[in-house]
Ligand binder design. Structure first.
Ligand code: C2E
Ligand code: CA
Ligand code: CA
Ligand code: CA
Length: 280
């Protein structure tokens, strides 16, 4: 009501708008500035979540970034990644994660086996991505096959041909490539048709409602049958119950990931789990 009363008055309206804008802009600007400083201030940490191969029982890990901000506390990853993508800071962040992961792989190859990293489309489109990936690998003496690139896509593909070329080059250099969040938003059947990839990751939205004979059961079973036919591996993420795991195994899913097997955790946790498994 107060707003409506003020709307009759041009000046008040103007002031209202400026105030409104300022309130919305400030936290965003702070966030991006703080994100830039987070790397230097050692506030970013790479967490690792296990991914289990159904056939061999072998475990590898996905690197998931965490930001422990001195001012804001633990910032939800989805929200700061979105801000980083909008502002372009994502490039610096993804390259930092890449270096960290290579460092961990070099020091703890036996435990980590290989590691999946998430790269935003901007990072993938960066012209020196391949050079930087390869130089990280040679700096730490690791094989490109130890790195799997998960392509996270939050915008529509603009230049399909250049992305196809890029992915082809990366795979020729030995890196593995996966489509993340398959089935959601833009990451759909057309990607499977045009992009040269080794793997798709079925989004957790499908897995979380997965029960026998549910819609999700039929959708996932169809995706798996299709992926088998065209020779693409499938990982299901967000597996939380034994029933979900059983359905996925019965439908020949290649890899399972989710809280049922382990939450994302700092590297020390991976090491402890590894040592315990060795003792048994
Ligand atoms: P994503 O790549 O799809 O990763 C899966 C998300 O689901 C992660 O959220 C993970 O912690 C969560 N998750 C795993 N298992 C379960 C489960 O059983 N149940 C439930 N409810 N959740 C599960 P997180 O770690 O918050 O990351 C969010 C997103 O941020 C990621 O989604 C990825 O798109 C992006 N991201 C994370 N790290 C990076 C990074 O280094 N670079 C870029 N560009 N993006 C990143
Ligand atoms: Ca991912
Ligand atoms: Ca996902
Ligand atoms: Ca995602």
């Amino acid at each position: 009501a107060m707003l409506q009363a003020k709307l009759g008055d041009g000046n008040t309206l103007k002031v209202f708008h400026i105030n409104h804008q300022n309130e919305e802009m400030r936290p965003e600007l702070y966030l991006v500035q703080e994100l830039k400083e987070a790397i230097v201030n050692n506030e970013l940490v790479v967490f690792f979540q296990p991914i289990v191969s159904v056939k061999t029982g072998e475990v590898h890990y996905e690197a998931l970034l965490r930001w422990f901000s001195s001012r804001l506390g633990l910032v939800p990853t989805d929200s700061f990644i979105a801000a980083a993508e909008e502002s372009g800071v994502i490039l610096e962040i993804d390259f930092w994660v890449m270096g960290k992961v290579c460092e961990h792989l070099a020091a703890h190859h036996e435990e980590l086996h290989h590691v999946s990293i998430n790269l935003s489309i901007q990072t993938l489109e960066s012209p020196d991505l391949e050079t930087r990936l390869l130089s990280s690998c040679s700096k730490y003496g690791i094989d490109p096959g130890m790195l799997e690139i998960e392509l996270t896509e939050h915008t529509l593909l603009e230049d399909e041909t250049s992305l196809i070329k890029k992915l082809r080059c990366l795979r020729e250099s030995g890196f593995k490539v996966a489509i993340d969040d398959f089935g959601m938003r833009y990451a759909s059947f057309n990607y499977l048709r045009v992009l040269p990839v080794d793997k798709i990751k079925i989004d957790k939205a499908f897995v979380q409602n997965l029960k026998r004979n549910s819609k999700e059961d039929h959708i996932i079973t169809s995706i798996l049958a299709l992926a088998k036919k065209i020779g693409v591996n499938v990982t299901a993420e967000g597996v939380e119950t034994v029933e979900q795991a059983e359905i996925l195994v019965a439908a020949s899913c290649d890899e399972l990931q989710g809280y049922l097997f382990g939450k994302p955790a700092p590297y020390e946790h991976v090491q402890t789990a590894f040592e315990q498994a060795k003792k048994q």
